[in-house]
Design a protein around this ligand. Structure first.
Ligand code: GLU
Length: 609
């Protein structure tokens, strides 16, 4: 960041301004993290860098406090903390946020009187006016323009003039006539100066007289964002490029607004101080690997495709029967299948019913799937930004933590072109992050995760402790790319020794029937185990070595010996190395399993029938 971009005398404030209409999208997390990194980097340089969160909840129908809380919680989980904004107490008991600069409240719905004061002031200065067209009228006009292949622009009424207070319209509005407030767009072009994209010019007439207060009395996003960025001292607006189209509106509003002497009272008059234009930095969009835009709709797409495949394959299934089974409105489900709606609720209900994996889009999805926060932040840091540093081998440095990011972040290194969200790379980052954990740290992460997302698994895991637990973590960690993988990988150890179910197909494949080679190997293995000292005092590798030598002596392939033993110990054909399995189960647990398998196989064996 070069010196001309900051003024050392004032706090350098960047903000993340989510609309609380759902979970935190990974793109939003990327924005928040880079804003945070910028503020942190300013602090490191000795400036008063601040990262602020503002909740943009002016769309009352779609916003909820629950969603706002979820977004804050996801940010804190990722390790992104904020200096100013709503307060949150973390599970560890720390408090994040607060209003030390005294510029809150940070929920826009609690700032309506502030917006109204500035709106009235604009109206009185002839820079805004009430408009009374109904939405039916506007829709008809829009359709007519579209039919003529024209882009619809709201035509300024002939009685409205820039800089002249329209008292008649104001009186109609005041008397309660339904209306919106529109901004009088100045007749000049607008140039947005962007720290990433350079100068972006918007021609005069490109933007019409847009709405700044809706009929429900709430400001539009454009108006609230401009008022708040000014009043909250925001100096750097860093957001995704999809907002670039909005920025000329914001710059035009900044040009028309001056500070009031009292922010909540239009009659206090202006104090003459014009609104500042913050520094803008529009960050590259994030696309799916196939080049489509990454959005929450991808979940609906995945569920729809799987559901259509199911309906084609299984002729006994009908959409109506599924709707009634899932207590969904039949018409809504039919529309969903026909891609007339992308309801997330339907996508999730259908996915849960038919076990359809949905793509992870939100931070919450990744938490549920068992990703580690630092793997996610590391991966997201590289979407549209890179440190541009090489390691000792001359390779680009790609693996780093949030502290490294804040040390090296600069807006200058943000890219211009869309970034691709490579899920395979994220998974490999996560696998590496899990592999890098010490066994006890892996245990802690897994236990916390399981308590939240898989309580039944957590409950089963509790029964394993001491050396067996340490052995379980050591054996399974390398086999988990996500924490969720542990549910399957550890299953063998969590089943009671006297309840392991032996899959008959695996039994047959492993030649476990009485008298077959597998059966003999298990019998010999059992005899060897009885001679071993107690679990924890033997070397797991000695067991693997025994298997190798037994195979050699009897001229068998390793797999022909190991697989039957594996099936006998775990009930399945996939598990960690057998030495580790025995360490986890203990000698006596292992013997119980082997004996059960041998006797089960006797009854299963065709020869004994
Ligand atoms: N509430 C807007 C959003 O969620 C914020 C945009 C901005 O940063 O100005 O996209």
């Amino acid at each position: 960041m070069t010196a001309q971009h900051v003024n050392a005398a004032q706090p350098i404030v960047t903000r993340f301004a989510p609309s609380p209409t759902g979970h935190l999208h990974v793109g939003g997390a990327r924005t928040a993290m880079l804003c945070w990194a910028f503020a942190q980097n300013m602090k490191r340089q000795g400036f008063d860098g601040r990262f602020m969160i503002r909740i943009e909840d002016t769309d009352q129908a779609r916003s909820s406090d629950e969603s706002a809380k979820g977004i804050l919680d996801d940010l804190a989980w990722l390790g992104i903390t904020w200096d100013d904004g709503p307060t949150l107490t973390t599970p560890a008991g720390a408090t994040i946020g607060g209003d030390s600069r005294n510029v809150g409240p940070y929920f826009q719905a609690r700032r309506i009187d502030i917006y109204n004061a500035y709106l009235e002031h604009l109206v009185r200065c002839g820079r805004a006016y009430p408009a009374f067209e109904t939405s039916d009228q506007l829709n008809a006009d829009r359709k007519a323009a579209e039919a003529k292949k024209q882009t619809y622009k709201y035509p300024r009424p002939s009685d409205v003039q820039l800089g002249i207070f329209n008292e008649q319209r104001w009186a109609r509005a005041k008397s309660g006539e339904p209306h919106v407030i529109r901004f009088v767009m100045p007749p000049t072009g607008i140039t947005v100066t962007d720290l990433v994209l350079g100068e972006v010019k918007f021609a005069a007439g490109e933007v019409d007289d847009f709405v700044i207060r809706k009929q429900d009395g709430f400001p539009t996003y454009h108006f609230a964002v401009v008022i708040d960025d000014e009043l909250m001292g925001v100096t750097h607006v860093m957001r995704a490029q999809e907002h670039l189209i909005n920025t000329p509106k914001h710059v035009a509003l900044q040009g028309a607004l001056t500070r009031l002497k009292n922010d909540r009272d239009a009659t206090s008059g202006s104090n003459g101080q014009p609104f500042r234009v913050p520094q803008y930095a529009h960050m590259p969009l994030i696309f799916n690997i196939d080049g489509t835009k990454m959005s929450k709709r991808d979940k609906a797409k995945a569920a729809r495709k799987a559901l259509k495949d199911l309906l084609t394959k299984d002729k006994t299934l009908t959409a109506d029967a599924i709707a009634s089974d899932l207590k969904l409105d039949a018409k809504l489900l039919a529309d969903f299948i026909a891609a007339e709606n992308d309801s997330l609720d339907i996508a999730q209900a259908v996915a849960a019913k038919f076990n359809i994996p949905l793509p992870e889009i939100e931070v919450w999805d990744y938490r549920k799937s068992g990703y580690l926060p630092h793997a996610i932040t590391n991966f997201l840091s590289l979407l549209g930004w890179s440190p541009g540093l090489k390691d000792e081998q001359g390779k680009d440095i790609e693996k780093f933590d949030l502290s490294f990011l804040s040390q090296h972040f600069s807006i200058d290194r943000l890219g211009k072109t869309a970034a691709k969200f490579d899920r395979v790379k994220l998974l490999s980052f996560n696998a590496d992050a899990i592999a890098a954990l010490a066994d006890d740290a892996f245990d802690r992460e897994l236990t916390n995760w399981a308590n939240q997302w898989e309580p039944t698994f957590a409950q089963r895991l509790k029964h394993i402790d001491g050396q067996r637990r340490a052995a379980l973590m050591r054996a399974c960690k390398p086999r988990c790319k996500t924490l969720r993988d542990a549910v399957k990988v550890m299953d063998f150890a969590l089943t009671r020794d006297d309840q392991v179910a032996f899959d008959p197909a695996a039994v047959a494949k492993a030649n476990l029937f009485a008298g077959a080679t597998g059966h003999t190997s298990v019998t010999k293995f059992r005899a060897m185990l009885t001679e071993l000292p107690a679990a924890g005092t033997f070397e797991p590798t000695s067991i693997d070595a025994w298997i190798k030598s037994y195979a050699e002596t009897n001229q068998l392939k390793m797999g022909d010996v190991a697989q039957p033993i594996r099936v006998a110990l775990t009930g399945t054909t996939v598990s960690p190395p057998l030495g580790d399995v025995v360490s986890v189960l203990g000698i006596s647990g292992s013997l119980t399993r082997l004996d059960r398998c041998l006797s089960t196989c006797r009854t299963l064996a065709p020869a004994s029938a």
